[in-house]
Design a protein around this ligand. Structure first.
Ligand code: G6Q
Length: 547
């Protein structure tokens, strides 16, 4: 495939940008009374309002044309049917098969993968029921009260984000903890809070070789054994989620308590697989299956809706518009929902590890921008921190605001205040406040002409700052499944548009390799080939004092 910048629609978008980019969203709304309705879409319990974007019908038409020209539809079909679209690793990309119903067939290398998916789901159901009902007992005969997931990256961020998002569906007597960092403070503080007699560790690692995870797992096992237990007790307190049966059994985990998955499940797309075991242990398997069903509903929509009505495609192409045509290299994710506190972190990995790359299919380097820096945190907290820059800073920061209509619990006026703030921010970003209105408001408040001359420039808002608003009817396993799959497919569509492979992650290899080399040098001293800066830092650390 040719480069993005050579695409006919890309060039047309460039000239559209030159003609259009000065137009203000205020004027777009004024000129088109139907804009809010036409630039909105609903799928089940999820509503998307994308009307507060710097675009009109012509621009959107060009963006959908670009998606077609870049082969988004055929790439989508190839992914969904199990073709090996992860071309640098020779793998299919089938997180969608993890949420396919049993009557669907999806083949990889001639074999239907769906029966295996349901076999693992059924084993997860049996295990989670035994654990949650208190039938599964620890080595001293006590039921499990604390589940500790030990994993990192894709084996951590998804399960943690979903478990915390759906905390309202969990039973309070079953607590879930997540340990990821190789910093001993992470596992240390978790072990301090639990009892070895009632703890169950889920060692989650596709490879079962990841340094951080295996270091934490061994520390947990040592702690468990130090409590007076023997190796034969380990299988009652440690289970694994992995593709590496040999290493799992070498660790002392009963292979019957290993939940497998497959090479066609990428780490950051794996929460739907057995990597989601902590979710199932927390909210129960019915809830976990609802999560899968929500994602499945989004998959079906993605597979069948015309591009112009296809929610992931709409979000993706708006992102391409800002990144490639309006020089906006970051994207903010702003959930107005405390339960979604971890969503920005989760999407940071999903997006930045998928699309933070420049190598095109033929190995050449793209000469256009690709994946954005994804960042954000919950509202209203962000309003009192960095929103200043969103409103008046020099960077254009497209943002997704995520709101939930019905909270699991209402506390007085809190929820209406929360939602009012969410809507106020998107409106302020879009409308801004021109100098005349600013001056009039200041005059009404009693400001003199001297103050006006000095302060209007500071107190005006240019506006025209774009946002999407995603509204969930309620935060349930189903709606959350839809929301996550929406972003997964958005990321995919952008990767296809940019001509990159969204499913490898070679960029994390070099640092891992160097850490392996530097680790012994912290004891032995820097190797001769070590660069002077790093060598000096190694020496400083070995001295254990700065002076
Ligand atoms: C995700 C990445 C990465 C991976 C972790 C953990 O797509 O591949 O974040 O999930 O490095 O790997 P293991 O599951 O093999 O321990």
């Amino acid at each position: 495939m040719t480069s993005l910048t050579a695409a006919e629609a890309y060039r047309a978008l460039g000239s559209y940008r030159d003609r259009f980019s000065a137009r203000h969203m205020r004027d777009l709304f004024a000129a088109d009374p139907g804009r809010a309705r036409r630039y909105s879409a609903t799928l089940g319990p999820l509503h998307l309002d994308y009307s507060k974007n710097r675009i009109d019908d012509e621009g959107l038409g060009l963006l959908f044309g670009l998606a077609r020209e870049r082969g988004v539809e055929s790439a989508r079909d190839a992914m969904l049917s199990g073709e090996k679209i992860n071309f640098t690793e020779g793998r299919a990309v089938l997180h969608t098969a993890l949420r396919a119903p049993p009557d669907v067939s999806i083949h990889v290398d001639g074999a239907d993968v769906v029966p295996g998916v349901h076999e693992v789901l059924d084993r997860m159901a049996v295990f989670s029921e035994r654990l949650r009902s208190g039938e599964w007992l620890g080595a001293t005969g006590k039921p499990i009260s604390d589940v500790v997931n030990i994993g990192i990256g894709g084996s951590h961020l998804g399960p943690q984000m979903v478990t915390e998002a759906l905390a309202a569906f969990a039973r309070p007597e079953m607590r879930t903890h997540f340990v990821s960092n190789v910093d001993g403070a992470d596992i240390g503080s978790t072990l301090d809070a639990i009892d070895p007699e009632t703890a169950l560790f889920v060692v989650a690692s596709k490879s079962f070789t990841t340094q951080e995870t295996m270091t934490n797992a061994h520390t947990a096992r040592d702690w468990f054994l130090a409590s007076g237990r023997s190796l034969s007790d380990v299988p009652r307190h440690f289970v694994a989620v992995s593709t590496n049966a040999e290493a799992v059994s070498g660790f002392g985990i009963d292979p019957d308590n290993m939940f497998g998955f497959w090479s066609w499940v990428g780490g950051r797309y794996s929460l739907w697989s057995a990597i989601g075991l902590p979710i199932a242990l927390s909210i129960g398997m019915t809830g976990f299956r609802d999560l899968l069903a929500g994602a499945r509903a989004m998959d079906e929509h993605f597979a069948t809706a015309p591009l112009e009505e296809n929610l992931p495609v709409i979000l993706a192409m708006l992102g391409v518009w800002y990144i490639n045509f309006l020089d906006a290299p970051t994207h903010a994710v702003l959930p107005y929902c405390e339960y979604l506190d971890r969503l920005p972190d989760y999407l940071q990995q999903a997006d930045m590890e998928s699309n933070g790359k420049l190598a095109q299919a033929d190995g050449s380097t793209a000469r256009h921008a690709t994946g954005p820096v994804v960042w954000g945190s919950t509202g209203t907290n962000g309003q009192h921190a960095y929103f200043q820059l969103l409103h008046q800073g020099s960077h254009l920061v497209p943002a997704d605001f995520i709101a939930v209509v019905n909270p699991p619990r209402r506390y007085g006026s809190h929820h209406d205040l929360l939602l009012a703030n969410c809507l106020a921010q998107t409106e302020a970003l879009m409308l801004g406040r021109d100098p005349e209105t600013t001056a009039a408001a200041m005059r009404d408040a009693g400001a003199d002409e001297d103050s006006l001359a000095r302060l209007v420039g500071h107190r005006q808002f240019a506006g025209n700052r774009p946002s999407n608003t995603v509204v969930l009817e309620a935060l349930t396993p189903r709606s959350l499944g839809m929301l996550i799959a929406l972003y997964e497919h958005k990321i995919f569509v952008q990767g296809v548009t940019w001509g990159i492979n969204s499913f490898d992650q070679w960029g994390v290899e070099l640092g891992k390799q160097l850490a392996g080399e530097i680790y012994p040098e912290l004891t032995s001293g820097p190797g001769e080939q070590r660069n002077p800066s790093t060598a000096a830092l190694i020496e400083l650390i070995r001295k254990k004092t700065i002076e």
